[in-house]
Ligand binder design. Structure first.
Ligand code: SDX
Length: 435
């Protein structure tokens, strides 16, 4: 279905006889939107919405979030049901194609992805140009953007077949690129992908495996990895997805658009938060220090944030945080880690924060990043790889949203306006006349 206009919103400029009626559009679920495209022509005014907190940038059929209730659905399927019953590659098919695959479609899609997991041998040389201590996200920005130099056969964004093959290449190659960034940082040989492993198993194999001995994938860890990837796969028009859409709206090739998304995700307010949560927990150190830390958070002059808490959309518990917290316990139990001090500290911090009026009044709850770092650390992931894993998982969401943008007849180049408050027109002052 498409958005339908049943009612209108009238905007009147007081003190004038100017007004305009704007269509009020309704979708399947969620807030209605009023279409302001003709407002500047009718009234000569723009809207003003720094951070786009109240602005719908597009019509989308991919992901639905109800932040007040804490609902997340991919193509209408609740995240809880997908987490319980699906796999990451099945979710990739769903996000890219709109429906769950039948057995034949599933087998064909999985083979298609697994057949594109390798990288051109020349790409190995890129890694040698980085310092060994380069952040994996810096490497991923560079290597993913450079993929467009290798796939001249699939850069025509208006060709459906080019879009399809680029989608396969990006979903398939991101784990290899991320795993090689980790291997490069620790001076170990790159591990080539294996087509006899599942997507999550393959990623663990390329991260932890070494040529010197056989690597047995722990099924509990690969199941937890698959779940983490499902939970991070897409999330409506978040900052990095909006970055991908804006880049895509100019006609940039898909590899450049995804590289832009990776750069945007890196920020600590966004995908970089999982790394920041671990740093925060380490700095707090002990439950006895929680009250002093929260006092810092409440003192605005400190600019200290409770990382992993709060969300632009969720004003309730992020459903992904609940699912990851449960997986945390399963993984720690499987690994025989009795009472991970970081998890104990995080749970105590959550309990205290959720009973504190400062957080209650501002509707600040744990988001997806609050627990993801803990489970990844327990799985042996270095903190610097947390956001890289987020990027691996979110690539299918970015590509799905990019595809939807390219195929949307309403989409034009993204070009926000502004309200100008700088100096009024003035004449140039020669140097001799400046004070
Ligand atoms: C992700 O958009 C997405 O969908 C993103 C994401 C995805 O899957 O793509 O869900 C992934 O990015 C999750 C968020 C990860 N980031 C963090 O955990 C960093 C910590 N969180 C904050 O930086 C913040 O909550 C944001 C950036 C996430 C949201 O910022 P907003 O929208 O500006 O926050 P808000 O309007 O809800 O804030 C209301 C009040 C403000 O205080 P007052 O001015 O009213 O006094 O709450 C305060 C904020 O300063 N506040 C916090 C806080 N988050 C908001 N105070 C302390 N600690 C925090 N974490």
């Amino acid at each position: 279905m498409s958005a339908t206009a049943k009612r209108t919103v009238t905007v009147t400029l007081d003190g004038t006889n100017k007004s305009t009626s704007l269509p009020l559009l309704s979708g399947t679920a969620g807030a209605d939107v009023f279409d302001i495209r003709k407002m500047y022509g009718d009234l000569g005014i723009f809207t003003y919405d720094p951070g786009y907190g109240a602005t719908a940038s597009c019509e989308s059929k991919i992901t639905y979030i109800d932040g007040d209730v804490g609902i997340l659905e991919y193509r209408g399927y609740p995240i809880e049901q997908l987490a319980e019953n699906s796999t990451f590659l099945e979710v990739c098919y769903l996000l890219l194609n709109g429906e769950l695959p039948n057995p034949a479609q599933s087998a064909e899609f999985e083979l298609g992805v697994m057949r594109h997991t390798m990288l051109h041998e020349q790409i190995r040389s890129f890694y040698n140009g980085f310092r060994r201590d380069a952040h994996p996200m810096a490497i991923m920005c560079g290597v993913v953007g450079a993929l467009s130099a290798f796939y001249h056969d699939s850069l025509d964004i208006n060709d459906p077949e080019s879009r399809r093959i680029s989608a396969f290449r990006l979903v398939a190659k991101l784990p290899t690129i991320a795993a090689w960034a980790y291997k490069y940082s620790i001076g170990q040989p790159f591990m080539y992908p294996r087509n006899d492993l599942t997507y999550a198993e393959n990623f663990l194999y390329m991260v932890y495996g070494v040529p010197a001995e056989e690597y047995k994938v722990n099924p509990i860890l690969s199941k937890a990895m698959d779940l983490i990837m499902i939970l991070h796969a897409d999330h409506e028009q978040n900052a990095s997805t909006s970055t991908v859409r804006l880049a895509g709206s100019t006609g940039a090739n898909p590899f450049a658009c995804i590289a832009a998304g990776i750069a945007s995700l890196w920020g600590p307010s966004h995908g970089g938060a999982n790394e920041a949560v671990l740093k925060m927990l380490s700095e707090i150190g002990h439950v006895d220090n929680i009250p002093a830390f929260l006092a810092d958070v409440k003192d605005k002059d400190n600019h200290t944030k409770l990382m992993g808490f709060g969300h632009r959309v969720y004003k309730n518990y992020d459903p992904r945080a609940k699912l990851i917290q449960k997986a945390c316990h399963d993984v720690l139990a499987e690994l025989g880690i009795k009472g991970d001090p970081l998890l104990d500290l995080a749970m105590e911090l959550e309990k205290i924060a959720l009973s504190d009026p400062y957080f209650i009044d501002r509707k600040l709850y744990p988001n997806v990043d609050f627990y993801s770092g803990i489970i990844l650390k327990a799985m042996g992931f270095p903190t610097s790889m947390f956001t890289a894993l987020f990027a691996v998982s979110r690539t299918v969401g970015w590509v799905s949203q990019w595809q939807e943008l390219i195929e949307d007849p309403q989409q034009r180049i993204g070009r926000p306006r502004q309200i100008y408050t700088g100096p009024a027109t003035r004449d140039y002052v020669p140097m001799s006349k400046r004070g």
